[in-house]
Write a protein that binds this ligand. Structure first.
Ligand SMILES: Nc1ncnc2c1ncn2[C@@H]1O[C@H](COP(=O)(O)OP(=O)(O)OP(=O)(O)O)[C@@H](O)[C@H]1O
Length: 575
């Protein structure tokens, strides 16, 4: 084990006010750059620093990739982990952690990621078990959100079981009757999560139509029964702090709920302050509320933790926003001591099994992939193999690329988007970057679409011949495009087959990023040409990467590139 001290990673997500006729914050709170927020308070600017500040246009997918993926990777390597949200009522905590059917948040995307990564191993072993429990803390009691058997879709509190627990000698909660369900695949996990959400206690308030009245924790446990190693991931949606007077028609029940929420958040703040001041664990006031007891292992302990603080950009919420920023600042002062396992047993066995199977592939690239050989002329064989596996990454395809992609598209009748990649003699770093991009894009894509979820159960490689170039076309819009036009950018002719399609795709991407098409196209073109001089023709287009790339391009106030002089950009440093 190697010990590492790491502060809690603190992020900030800004939300536009959704209320009509609401005065927006213009200068009181503003994003200075990707890490800093300036807050104008008492006639001076106070600066708050974050790991990342996400603006109003940042997508759920991007939040997931920036915040959750690094934490999930630690979890999968045996480190207990936690992600939680904090902010005033209506600021977007549930939106970020849970999301909606069409715009999924961190929990469903995490299930997808965990199972995608799990399936990437040669044979997910029987002794590795993933279990889920889901519960809420309401008025200082814990209630199970996983439905009791035969309870049906009843949404009221009677159908949720009160969870009994004791606080053990280490000051940790031990549950007596909490449902913990083993899930074998992503669909089982998502089903449980969906039914649990129906049981969450919510209320329509003036600040939020669907305000959470409880703190919710989705606990994912990964257990290796051989080593008896159990790793826990807590995904926490805290109830929102609220100013009680803002809620005009408040009744006694709601008042009690609000008090419990506010008091528990206050205790959480006290714990955080104490930890940030470096006081010994013995004197940290965890016992004052249920939520602090539950989060004991996640704060200032052997846990990788991230906080997303959520801020509404509305003038009426300025006081709460300042308080959230300060809360976040205190959290960033809390350090965790993480013990990193030296080497993962899973990785070792994976590497061995891959070596046995195919030795002619660059091993760095194959670390997390399985192999599959497709035969261009054996349609039935291909069809069977692809349908057994799901998603496919084409690798080392060379001149056969067109034929194979067409086969692949025919097999799926356009249902599953192809991940298209040609791989040649690349450095391991580039291959790793590509692999990571593909895995996250794979996962992000499938979260939003049932049809696609099958395709991300595994990540596979189709091996044929050797080639010298390397292409990833992996943005959902581009994939949509590739679905209709198997080769959007022809490597051979060094051109797009249809410029109108290309323009449209860029426009859609730029719209979704809130950037001008001109800027994005410029970045894409520059990126492509900067690499093609080194290694043939390269097109890497994912929204995630474009967002990264944009950081390196200076723009004027209209979001247009200031200059076209390539030497001024440090793009290659990033790659
Ligand atoms: N970043 C965002 N962009 C657009 N809409 C958002 C964003 N964040 C939240 N919303 C919307 O704002 C409303 C309130 O969000 P949400 O329920 O997530 O707030 P909350 O912080 O969980 O509130 P509470 O503490 O009251 O439960 C929802 O309709 C949600 O879809």
């Amino acid at each position: 084990m190697t010990k590492k001290t790491q502060p809690i990673q603190v992020y900030c997500r800004l939300k536009p006010s959704l209320m009509k006729n609401e005065k927006l914050i213009k200068y009181e709170i503003k994003k200075k750059n990707d890490q800093d927020i300036l807050c104008f308070n008492f006639k001076k600017y106070e600066q708050f620093q974050f790991q990342n500040v996400f603006n109003e246009n940042t997508t759920q997918r991007s939040i997931f990739e920036h915040v959750a993926v690094p934490i999930l990777d630690k979890f999968l390597h045996g480190i207990n982990s936690t992600i939680f949200t904090y902010g005033q009522t209506g600021s977007g905590k549930t939106h970020t952690i849970v999301g909606s059917k069409d715009d999924k948040g961190i929990i469903p995307r995490s299930f997808q990621y965990i199972f995608t990564k799990n399936a990437a191993f040669e044979s997910p072993e029987e002794n590795e078990k993933i279990s889920v429990s889901y519960f809420q803390v309401y008025n200082e009691e814990i209630y199970d959100l996983i439905p009791l058997k035969n309870s049906g879709p009843n949404k009221n509190m009677q159908s949720t079981k009160r969870v009994k627990f004791v606080v053990n000698v280490n000051g940790e909660i031990e549950f007596k009757n909490l449902n913990t369900v083993r899930v074998k695949n992503v669909n089982e996990a998502l089903e449980l999560f969906k039914s649990g959400n129906k049981k969450r206690i919510i209320l329509s308030t003036t600040m939020n139509d669907r305000s959470s009245r409880s703190h919710c924790i989705c606990k994912i446990t990964y257990l290796n029964t051989n080593s008896e190693n159990e790793t826990i991931l807590n995904l926490v949606d805290l109830a929102g702090s609220e100013r009680i007077s803002k809620n005009s028609d408040i009744n006694k029940k709601t008042l009690t709920e609000s008090r419990h929420i506010n008091v528990s958040l206050l205790h959480l703040h006290r714990v955080i302050n104490t930890l940030a001041n470096g006081v010994s664990q013995k004197h940290v006031p965890y016992r004052n509320s249920i939520i602090t007891l539950l989060l004991k292992g996640s704060l200032g302990f052997k846990c990788a933790t991230a906080l997303i603080s959520t801020i509404v950009l509305s003038a009426r919420s300025i006081a709460e926003s300042v308080s959230t920023l300060r809360y976040a600042k205190d959290v960033s002062g809390v350090k965790s001591i993480i013990e990193e396992p030296k080497r993962s047993v899973r990785k070792r066995s994976l590497k061995l099994s891959i070596r046995e199977k195919i030795s002619y592939f660059p091993i760095n690239f194959l670390k997390n992939c399985r192999s599959l050989k497709l035969y261009p002329n054996n349609y039935e064989h291909n069809k069977k193999r692809i349908s057994q596996i799901g998603s496919v990454v084409f690798s080392d395809i060379g001149h056969d690329i067109k034929k194979l992609q067409t086969d692949y598209l025919n097999i799926y009748d356009g249902m599953i988007p192809p991940r298209v990649m040609e791989s040649g003699d690349r450095t391991s770093d580039n291959l790793k970057t590509t692999k990571d991009v593909l895995i996250s894009a794979n996962m992000a894509l499938s979260v939003g679409d049932d049809k696609l979820s099958k395709s991300c159960q595994t990540m596979d490689v189709v091996a044929t011949t050797e080639s010298k170039s390397f292409t990833v076309i992996d943005d959902e819009k581009l994939i949509e495009c590739v679905r209709n036009y198997p080769v959007l950018y022809t490597l051979k002719d060094k051109n797009y087959i249809d410029n109108t399609i290309k323009e449209n795709v860029w426009k859609q991407i730029s719209d979704s990023l809130g950037k001008t098409g001109q800027l994005l196209e410029f970045v894409g073109t520059y990126f492509k040409s900067s690499l093609s001089s080194n290694a043939g023709h390269v097109v890497v287009t994912t929204i995630f990467e474009l967002e990264e790339l944009l950081k390196y391009v200076p723009t004027n106030s209209n979001n247009c590139p200031i200059t076209s002089n390539k030497s001024e950009y440090s793009l290659l440093e990033w790659f």
